[in-house]
Design a protein around this ligand. Structure first.
Ligand code: PLP
Length: 374
Protein backbone atom coordinates (compact mmCIF):
# COMPACT_ATOMS: atom_id res chain seq x y z
CA UNK A 1 0.00 0.00 0.00
CA UNK A 2 1.29 3.45 -0.88
CA UNK A 3 1.59 6.02 1.92
CA UNK A 4 -1.54 7.84 3.11
CA UNK A 5 -2.42 11.17 1.51
CA UNK A 6 -4.29 13.29 4.07
CA UNK A 7 -6.97 15.86 3.39
CA UNK A 8 -5.12 18.73 5.08
CA UNK A 9 -2.22 18.07 7.42
CA UNK A 10 -0.12 20.46 9.52
CA UNK A 11 2.84 22.05 7.71
CA UNK A 12 5.54 23.40 10.00
CA UNK A 13 8.13 25.84 8.66
CA UNK A 14 10.91 24.93 11.10
CA UNK A 15 10.80 28.43 12.61
CA UNK A 16 8.22 27.45 15.23
CA UNK A 17 10.72 25.60 17.43
CA UNK A 18 12.78 28.66 18.35
CA UNK A 19 9.67 30.51 19.59
CA UNK A 20 8.68 27.43 21.62
CA UNK A 21 12.21 27.20 23.04
CA UNK A 22 11.96 30.82 24.04
CA UNK A 23 8.78 30.06 26.01
CA UNK A 24 10.65 27.30 27.86
CA UNK A 25 13.81 29.35 28.45
CA UNK A 26 11.83 32.25 29.93
CA UNK A 27 9.41 29.89 31.75
CA UNK A 28 6.33 31.50 30.19
CA UNK A 29 4.48 28.17 30.25
CA UNK A 30 1.12 29.84 30.74
CA UNK A 31 -1.90 31.16 28.84
CA UNK A 32 -0.16 34.52 28.54
CA UNK A 33 3.34 35.77 27.74
CA UNK A 34 5.52 37.28 25.00
CA UNK A 35 4.51 34.77 22.30
CA UNK A 36 0.81 35.48 22.88
CA UNK A 37 1.42 39.22 22.54
CA UNK A 38 3.75 38.69 19.58
CA UNK A 39 1.30 36.39 17.80
CA UNK A 40 -1.48 38.93 18.26
CA UNK A 41 0.58 41.73 16.77
CA UNK A 42 1.71 39.47 13.89
CA UNK A 43 -1.96 38.87 13.02
CA UNK A 44 -2.84 42.56 13.44
CA UNK A 45 0.01 43.59 11.16
CA UNK A 46 -1.13 41.06 8.61
CA UNK A 47 -4.84 41.98 8.63
CA UNK A 48 -4.39 45.77 9.13
CA UNK A 49 -7.70 47.72 8.63
CA UNK A 50 -7.22 48.76 12.27
CA UNK A 51 -7.93 45.29 13.63
CA UNK A 52 -7.43 44.35 17.28
CA UNK A 53 -6.73 40.68 17.91
CA UNK A 54 -7.06 38.48 21.01
CA UNK A 55 -5.57 34.97 20.73
CA UNK A 56 -7.88 32.31 22.18
CA UNK A 57 -7.85 28.56 22.72
CA UNK A 58 -10.01 27.81 19.65
CA UNK A 59 -12.09 29.29 16.89
CA UNK A 60 -15.17 27.94 18.67
CA UNK A 61 -14.22 29.86 21.84
CA UNK A 62 -13.78 32.97 19.68
CA UNK A 63 -17.30 32.60 18.24
CA UNK A 64 -18.67 32.11 21.77
CA UNK A 65 -16.95 35.25 23.10
CA UNK A 66 -18.00 37.10 19.92
CA UNK A 67 -21.66 36.33 20.55
CA UNK A 68 -21.32 37.52 24.14
CA UNK A 69 -19.75 40.79 22.94
CA UNK A 70 -22.72 41.17 20.56
CA UNK A 71 -24.97 40.70 23.62
CA UNK A 72 -26.61 37.50 22.38
CA UNK A 73 -28.44 35.90 25.30
CA UNK A 74 -31.23 33.62 26.43
CA UNK A 75 -34.19 33.54 24.04
CA UNK A 76 -32.49 35.55 21.26
CA UNK A 77 -32.39 34.41 17.64
CA UNK A 78 -29.16 34.35 15.63
CA UNK A 79 -29.06 33.83 11.87
CA UNK A 80 -26.36 31.41 10.73
CA UNK A 81 -25.28 30.13 7.33
CA UNK A 82 -26.56 26.54 7.14
CA UNK A 83 -23.70 25.38 4.94
CA UNK A 84 -20.87 25.38 7.47
CA UNK A 85 -19.06 23.34 10.09
CA UNK A 86 -21.04 22.81 13.31
CA UNK A 87 -18.67 25.03 15.32
CA UNK A 88 -20.21 28.10 13.63
CA UNK A 89 -23.59 27.29 15.16
CA UNK A 90 -22.94 25.53 18.49
CA UNK A 91 -22.01 28.69 20.45
CA UNK A 92 -25.44 30.15 19.64
CA UNK A 93 -26.87 27.33 21.74
CA UNK A 94 -24.24 27.84 24.49
CA UNK A 95 -25.82 31.28 24.92
CA UNK A 96 -29.35 29.89 25.20
CA UNK A 97 -30.25 31.45 21.85
CA UNK A 98 -31.86 29.80 18.79
CA UNK A 99 -30.05 29.37 15.47
CA UNK A 100 -32.00 30.35 12.35
CA UNK A 101 -30.42 28.68 9.32
CA UNK A 102 -30.11 30.42 5.97
CA UNK A 103 -29.19 28.77 2.68
CA UNK A 104 -26.37 29.51 0.24
CA UNK A 105 -26.02 31.17 -3.15
CA UNK A 106 -24.48 29.33 -6.15
CA UNK A 107 -21.63 31.77 -6.80
CA UNK A 108 -19.77 31.64 -3.49
CA UNK A 109 -21.49 28.66 -1.80
CA UNK A 110 -21.94 31.04 1.14
CA UNK A 111 -24.96 32.84 2.61
CA UNK A 112 -27.49 33.93 -0.01
CA UNK A 113 -28.32 37.66 0.40
CA UNK A 114 -31.89 37.13 -0.84
CA UNK A 115 -32.60 34.28 1.55
CA UNK A 116 -31.02 36.36 4.32
CA UNK A 117 -33.45 39.21 3.73
CA UNK A 118 -36.42 36.82 3.51
CA UNK A 119 -35.38 35.29 6.83
CA UNK A 120 -34.92 38.65 8.59
CA UNK A 121 -38.31 39.93 7.41
CA UNK A 122 -40.06 36.73 8.45
CA UNK A 123 -38.44 36.64 11.89
CA UNK A 124 -39.44 40.29 12.45
CA UNK A 125 -43.00 39.46 11.32
CA UNK A 126 -43.03 36.58 13.78
CA UNK A 127 -42.11 38.99 16.57
CA UNK A 128 -38.33 38.90 17.03
CA UNK A 129 -35.56 40.75 15.24
CA UNK A 130 -32.45 38.54 14.92
CA UNK A 131 -29.70 39.66 17.29
CA UNK A 132 -26.76 38.80 15.02
CA UNK A 133 -25.79 37.18 11.71
CA UNK A 134 -23.01 34.58 11.41
CA UNK A 135 -21.67 34.63 7.85
CA UNK A 136 -18.93 32.19 6.83
CA UNK A 137 -16.18 32.26 4.18
CA UNK A 138 -16.39 28.53 3.55
CA UNK A 139 -13.34 26.71 2.18
CA UNK A 140 -11.64 30.12 2.04
CA UNK A 141 -14.08 31.55 -0.52
CA UNK A 142 -15.24 35.00 0.60
CA UNK A 143 -18.98 35.40 1.06
CA UNK A 144 -20.68 38.17 -0.91
CA UNK A 145 -19.48 40.86 1.49
CA UNK A 146 -21.10 43.82 -0.25
CA UNK A 147 -24.60 42.38 -0.46
CA UNK A 148 -24.64 40.53 2.86
CA UNK A 149 -23.44 43.63 4.73
CA UNK A 150 -25.92 45.79 2.80
CA UNK A 151 -28.82 43.62 4.00
CA UNK A 152 -27.44 43.52 7.57
CA UNK A 153 -27.02 47.32 7.62
CA UNK A 154 -30.53 47.86 6.28
CA UNK A 155 -31.93 46.09 9.34
CA UNK A 156 -29.14 47.25 11.65
CA UNK A 157 -28.05 43.73 12.66
CA UNK A 158 -24.37 43.09 13.50
CA UNK A 159 -22.32 40.48 11.61
CA UNK A 160 -20.05 37.91 13.19
CA UNK A 161 -17.67 36.99 10.37
CA UNK A 162 -16.56 33.35 10.62
CA UNK A 163 -13.18 33.53 8.89
CA UNK A 164 -11.92 30.27 10.43
CA UNK A 165 -11.19 28.84 6.98
CA UNK A 166 -10.27 32.07 5.23
CA UNK A 167 -7.08 33.58 6.67
CA UNK A 168 -5.23 34.82 3.56
CA UNK A 169 -8.35 35.28 1.42
CA UNK A 170 -9.48 38.71 0.20
CA UNK A 171 -12.66 40.34 -1.06
CA UNK A 172 -12.04 43.30 -3.41
CA UNK A 173 -8.42 43.28 -2.13
CA UNK A 174 -9.43 43.61 1.55
CA UNK A 175 -8.48 40.73 3.84
CA UNK A 176 -11.10 38.36 5.18
CA UNK A 177 -11.26 38.68 8.95
CA UNK A 178 -11.71 42.47 8.80
CA UNK A 179 -15.32 42.80 7.60
CA UNK A 180 -17.52 41.74 10.50
CA UNK A 181 -18.40 43.76 13.59
CA UNK A 182 -16.56 40.80 15.11
CA UNK A 183 -14.46 38.28 13.16
CA UNK A 184 -12.97 34.94 14.18
CA UNK A 185 -9.99 32.90 13.02
CA UNK A 186 -9.06 29.27 13.75
CA UNK A 187 -5.64 27.64 14.04
CA UNK A 188 -6.85 24.08 14.44
CA UNK A 189 -4.59 21.31 13.11
CA UNK A 190 -6.16 21.16 9.67
CA UNK A 191 -6.42 24.90 8.94
CA UNK A 192 -4.20 26.90 6.59
CA UNK A 193 -1.86 27.67 9.48
CA UNK A 194 -2.05 25.96 12.84
CA UNK A 195 -1.04 26.18 16.49
CA UNK A 196 -2.26 22.54 16.89
CA UNK A 197 -5.36 24.05 18.48
CA UNK A 198 -6.13 27.74 18.77
CA UNK A 199 -8.15 30.64 17.51
CA UNK A 200 -8.51 34.40 17.60
CA UNK A 201 -11.15 37.06 17.84
CA UNK A 202 -10.76 40.22 15.75
CA UNK A 203 -12.45 43.40 16.91
CA UNK A 204 -12.65 46.93 15.52
CA UNK A 205 -11.53 48.72 18.68
CA UNK A 206 -9.19 48.11 21.58
CA UNK A 207 -11.96 48.28 24.20
CA UNK A 208 -13.74 45.28 22.67
CA UNK A 209 -10.47 43.37 22.46
CA UNK A 210 -9.86 44.06 26.16
CA UNK A 211 -13.40 42.92 26.95
CA UNK A 212 -12.72 39.68 25.04
CA UNK A 213 -9.48 39.09 26.98
CA UNK A 214 -11.28 39.85 30.24
CA UNK A 215 -14.02 37.28 29.52
CA UNK A 216 -11.46 34.73 28.30
CA UNK A 217 -9.42 34.98 31.53
CA UNK A 218 -12.19 34.18 34.02
CA UNK A 219 -13.60 37.74 34.12
CA UNK A 220 -11.36 38.91 36.94
CA UNK A 221 -12.23 42.45 37.97
CA UNK A 222 -9.42 44.94 38.62
CA UNK A 223 -8.78 44.19 42.29
CA UNK A 224 -6.02 42.55 44.32
CA UNK A 225 -8.36 39.88 45.65
CA UNK A 226 -10.17 37.64 43.18
CA UNK A 227 -13.28 39.69 42.50
CA UNK A 228 -15.91 38.74 39.91
CA UNK A 229 -18.96 40.63 38.80
CA UNK A 230 -19.61 38.59 35.64
CA UNK A 231 -19.27 34.97 34.46
CA UNK A 232 -15.91 34.26 32.84
CA UNK A 233 -14.29 31.60 30.70
CA UNK A 234 -10.87 29.99 30.45
CA UNK A 235 -10.33 30.58 26.75
CA UNK A 236 -6.86 32.16 26.38
CA UNK A 237 -4.21 30.65 24.09
CA UNK A 238 -1.16 29.03 25.67
CA UNK A 239 2.12 30.93 25.27
CA UNK A 240 3.75 27.67 24.07
CA UNK A 241 1.18 27.24 21.30
CA UNK A 242 1.33 30.93 20.39
CA UNK A 243 5.00 30.23 19.63
CA UNK A 244 3.92 27.79 16.92
CA UNK A 245 1.62 30.52 15.62
CA UNK A 246 4.46 33.04 15.38
CA UNK A 247 6.48 30.64 13.24
CA UNK A 248 3.45 29.91 11.08
CA UNK A 249 2.64 33.58 10.47
CA UNK A 250 6.08 33.97 8.86
CA UNK A 251 5.07 31.55 6.09
CA UNK A 252 1.34 32.28 5.71
CA UNK A 253 1.66 33.84 2.24
CA UNK A 254 3.59 30.86 0.90
CA UNK A 255 0.97 28.51 2.37
CA UNK A 256 -1.73 30.40 0.45
CA UNK A 257 0.34 30.16 -2.76
CA UNK A 258 0.81 26.42 -2.30
CA UNK A 259 -2.89 25.73 -1.69
CA UNK A 260 -3.90 27.82 -4.69
CA UNK A 261 -1.35 25.93 -6.75
CA UNK A 262 -2.92 22.61 -5.65
CA UNK A 263 -6.30 23.77 -6.88
CA UNK A 264 -4.95 24.98 -10.23
CA UNK A 265 -3.07 21.73 -10.78
CA UNK A 266 -6.16 19.64 -10.07
CA UNK A 267 -8.22 21.76 -12.42
CA UNK A 268 -5.61 21.60 -15.16
CA UNK A 269 -5.20 17.81 -14.93
CA UNK A 270 -8.92 17.05 -14.71
CA UNK A 271 -10.32 19.67 -17.08
CA UNK A 272 -11.33 17.12 -19.71
CA UNK A 273 -13.62 15.16 -17.39
CA UNK A 274 -17.06 16.61 -18.17
CA UNK A 275 -18.69 15.20 -15.06
CA UNK A 276 -16.48 17.32 -12.77
CA UNK A 277 -16.99 20.98 -12.12
CA UNK A 278 -14.44 23.12 -10.29
CA UNK A 279 -15.35 25.96 -7.97
CA UNK A 280 -14.45 29.24 -9.74
CA UNK A 281 -13.68 32.49 -7.95
CA UNK A 282 -16.46 35.02 -8.54
CA UNK A 283 -15.43 38.58 -9.50
CA UNK A 284 -13.64 40.30 -6.61
CA UNK A 285 -13.02 37.09 -4.65
CA UNK A 286 -9.53 35.76 -3.92
CA UNK A 287 -9.69 32.42 -2.09
CA UNK A 288 -6.88 30.91 -0.03
CA UNK A 289 -8.19 27.59 -1.43
CA UNK A 290 -8.03 26.08 2.05
CA UNK A 291 -9.60 22.98 0.56
CA UNK A 292 -9.74 22.18 -3.16
CA UNK A 293 -13.42 21.45 -3.84
CA UNK A 294 -15.20 20.11 -6.87
CA UNK A 295 -18.73 19.06 -7.78
CA UNK A 296 -19.47 15.64 -9.26
CA UNK A 297 -22.77 14.93 -11.06
CA UNK A 298 -24.59 13.03 -8.31
CA UNK A 299 -24.41 11.75 -4.77
CA UNK A 300 -23.75 8.23 -6.07
CA UNK A 301 -20.81 9.45 -8.13
CA UNK A 302 -19.43 11.54 -5.28
CA UNK A 303 -19.53 8.55 -2.96
CA UNK A 304 -18.02 6.08 -5.43
CA UNK A 305 -15.14 8.46 -6.22
CA UNK A 306 -14.55 8.90 -2.49
CA UNK A 307 -14.43 5.11 -1.98
CA UNK A 308 -12.21 4.55 -5.03
CA UNK A 309 -9.69 7.04 -3.59
CA UNK A 310 -9.95 5.59 -0.10
CA UNK A 311 -8.94 2.21 -1.55
CA UNK A 312 -5.64 3.68 -2.72
CA UNK A 313 -5.09 5.40 0.63
CA UNK A 314 -6.20 8.91 -0.38
CA UNK A 315 -8.41 10.82 2.05
CA UNK A 316 -11.22 12.94 0.57
CA UNK A 317 -14.35 14.30 2.26
CA UNK A 318 -17.86 15.33 1.24
CA UNK A 319 -18.59 19.05 1.61
CA UNK A 320 -19.94 20.08 5.05
CA UNK A 321 -23.36 18.56 5.70
CA UNK A 322 -25.69 21.55 6.12
CA UNK A 323 -26.74 22.36 9.68
CA UNK A 324 -30.47 22.11 8.85
CA UNK A 325 -29.83 18.43 8.00
CA UNK A 326 -28.15 17.72 11.35
CA UNK A 327 -30.19 15.74 13.90
CA UNK A 328 -29.14 18.12 16.69
CA UNK A 329 -30.65 21.12 14.83
CA UNK A 330 -33.72 19.41 13.38
CA UNK A 331 -36.16 21.79 15.11
CA UNK A 332 -34.35 25.02 14.20
CA UNK A 333 -36.16 27.39 11.81
CA UNK A 334 -34.65 27.43 8.32
CA UNK A 335 -34.87 29.40 5.08
CA UNK A 336 -33.89 27.18 2.18
CA UNK A 337 -33.50 27.39 -1.59
CA UNK A 338 -32.03 23.92 -2.29
CA UNK A 339 -28.46 25.10 -2.98
CA UNK A 340 -26.71 23.75 0.13
CA UNK A 341 -28.50 20.37 -0.18
CA UNK A 342 -27.39 20.08 -3.81
CA UNK A 343 -23.79 21.08 -3.03
CA UNK A 344 -23.70 18.53 -0.22
CA UNK A 345 -24.90 15.73 -2.50
CA UNK A 346 -22.39 16.41 -5.27
CA UNK A 347 -19.40 18.03 -3.61
CA UNK A 348 -16.06 16.53 -2.67
CA UNK A 349 -12.95 18.01 -1.03
CA UNK A 350 -9.63 16.73 -2.38
CA UNK A 351 -6.34 16.49 -0.47
CA UNK A 352 -5.30 20.12 -0.08
CA UNK A 353 -2.33 20.45 2.26
CA UNK A 354 0.35 23.02 1.43
CA UNK A 355 2.87 20.20 2.02
CA UNK A 356 1.58 17.91 -0.76
CA UNK A 357 4.27 16.84 -3.20
CA UNK A 358 3.88 16.86 -6.98
CA UNK A 359 3.93 13.07 -6.84
CA UNK A 360 1.06 13.02 -4.34
CA UNK A 361 -1.06 15.39 -6.44
CA UNK A 362 -0.37 13.14 -9.43
CA UNK A 363 -1.51 10.11 -7.45
CA UNK A 364 -4.81 11.87 -6.72
CA UNK A 365 -5.45 12.97 -10.30
CA UNK A 366 -4.47 9.55 -11.70
CA UNK A 367 -6.82 7.79 -9.28
CA UNK A 368 -9.68 10.07 -10.39
CA UNK A 369 -8.84 9.55 -14.07
CA UNK A 370 -8.74 5.78 -13.50
CA UNK A 371 -12.21 5.97 -11.92
CA UNK A 372 -13.63 7.68 -15.02
CA UNK A 373 -11.89 5.29 -17.44
CA UNK A 374 -13.25 2.20 -15.68
C1 PLP B 1 -12.61 25.11 12.16
C2 PLP B 1 -13.82 25.94 12.10
C3 PLP B 1 -14.36 26.55 13.24
C4 PLP B 1 -13.88 26.26 14.63
O1 PLP B 1 -12.57 26.45 14.90
P1 PLP B 1 -11.83 25.54 16.02
O2 PLP B 1 -10.54 26.24 16.18
O3 PLP B 1 -11.70 24.16 15.46
O4 PLP B 1 -12.66 25.57 17.26
C5 PLP B 1 -15.44 27.40 13.09
N1 PLP B 1 -15.99 27.61 11.89
C6 PLP B 1 -15.54 27.03 10.78
C7 PLP B 1 -16.20 27.35 9.48
C8 PLP B 1 -14.46 26.16 10.84
O5 PLP B 1 -14.03 25.55 9.74
Amino acid sequence: MESKIWLSSPHMSGKEQSYINNAFETNWIAPLGPNVNGFESDIQNYLKEDSHVAALSSGTAAIHIGLILLKVGQGDEVICQTKTFSASANPIVYQGATPIFVDSERDTWNMCPEQLEIAIKDRIDKGKKPKAIIAVHLYGMPYNVEEIHHVANTYNIPILEDSAEALGSTYKSVKCGTFGDIAVLSFNGNKIITTSGGGAIVTKNVELKEKAVFLATQARDKAVEYLHSSIGYNYRLSNVLAGIGRGQMEVLDSRVDARRQNFNTYREHLKDIEELQFFDEPEGCFSNRWLSCLLTSSETMRESIRLALEKVNIETRPLWKPMHQQPVFKDAPKYLNGVSDDLFEKGLCLPSGSNLTENEINRVTSAIKTYFRA
